[in-house]
Design a binder for this molecule. Structure first.
Ligand SMILES: [Ca+2]
Length: 340
């Protein structure tokens, strides 16, 4: 009995060490579309519930109000000191926003007011990864891939002697990325998705250079498109606080008569609850990004490299209903600090 028990204890200890709350970094292009705001709300809720640890937020597009808005939202959700990094890559898309000016409202006090005062995104990513246990970090990417590409190109520094790919290989367990399209959607089987076409070279760098050892799960356009956030929840479920930053942002972007698809929220939900039956997964294979931005999935056996790093999300009708309701409830849940 003694020997099997010891083995069991060691096995359990190993499982427990790997099974703590997933450590999340949220990489967002929070500018044009509002699903990033709802996805960030979900990240805070999931952290409030102890389902994940939220390490920081990095921003992949260029708008002078992006860091200030994210700090306002983090403060609103009780995390005023959550680190924020912004891209300073001149090739990153500049983008106007209907809702980022809310950062200037006195309704949402916070102390990071200028992007210049935020961290540089790749420096922050490297610091957060270097300080994390091996194999513990899931990166949720819901915008263009400027920060991911620049992380891949990064060299050893004060945070870690490892270069980008080696640091990713050592510290990360998953890349959960909203990008591309992997089914007939938007009336075509050749949908060119925004997170790819607004920075094709960045996404090609990720597809070509991301380490084989760290799985990549792609949420294609078709997944979020099938998850419409209900306008009734926007109207009725944020009433615990007035005004409400998420509700105001949603209404400024989409108005009251639109059910905005939950593209970005799908990648958050999968990263934190990969095995709860919200989504199915394709076979393991390989995603490549063509020069026009089309994402092509090649199944195993048909890929000359034989590499199996990539899968994409699928959804049955049952999974769709469960995923949407989970996303809605995680988005509208009041912050833990609410009512203090
Ligand atoms: Ca986005």
């Amino acid at each position: 009995m003694k020997l099997p028990s010891l083995f069991l204890m060691i096995a359990l200890a190993a499982t427990t060490a790997a099974a703590g709350p997933v450590r999340i970094i949220f990489d967002t292009d929070i500018t044009g579309d509002v699903d990033d705001v709802l996805a960030l709300a979900m990240c805070h809720t999931l952290a409030d519930r102890g389902a994940c640890e939220l390490l920081g937020v990095t921003i992949s597009k260029d708008n002078p109000l992006s860091a200030s808005f994210v700090d306002a939202q983090n403060t609103f959700y009780g995390r005023p000191d959550l680190p924020i990094g912004v891209t300073r890559d001149p090739a990153a898309q500049k983008r106007e926003s209907r809702f980022l000016p809310l950062a200037g409202s006195t309704d949402y006090p916070h102390d990071l007011l200028r992007n210049d005062d935020a961290r540089e995104a790749v420096d922050l990513l490297r610091e957060l990864l270097a300080a994390s246990p091996d194999g513990s970090v899931s990166l949720v990417s819901v915008g263009i891939a400027s920060n991911l590409a620049n992380l891949l190109k990064s060299k050893g520094d004060a945070h870690s002697p490892l270069d980008g790919p080696a640091l990713i290989r050592q510290k990360m367990k998953l890349l959960s990325i909203m990008a591309g399209a992997f089914a007939f959607t938007n009336r075509t089987n050749y949908h060119l998705e925004a997170n790819v076409i607004n920075g094709i070279a960045f996404m090609q760098t990720v597809a070509n250079q991301w380490p084989d050892e760290v799985p990549v799960v792609w949420s294609g356009y078709e997944i979020g498109e099938a998850l419409p956030f209900p306008r009734r929840s926007v109207a009725e479920d944020f009433g615990y606080r007035t005004p409400h930053l998420v509700k105001e942002a949603y209404l400024l972007h989409s108005g009251p008569e639109h059910d905005r698809p939950c593209w970005d929220q799908s990648s958050v939900l999968y990263a934190v609850y990969p095995d709860r039956g919200y989504f199915g997964l394709s076979l393991n294979g390989r995603v490549s990004v063509a020069d026009d931005g089309f994402t092509r999935f090649t199944p195993p056996g048909k890929d000359a490299t034989g590499r199996k790093r990539d899968r994409f999300l699928t959804m049955t009708a049952v999974e769709q209903a469960r995923a949407l309701e989970a996303i809605v409830q995680l988005t509208v849940q009041p912050p833990r600090s609410s009512g203090d």
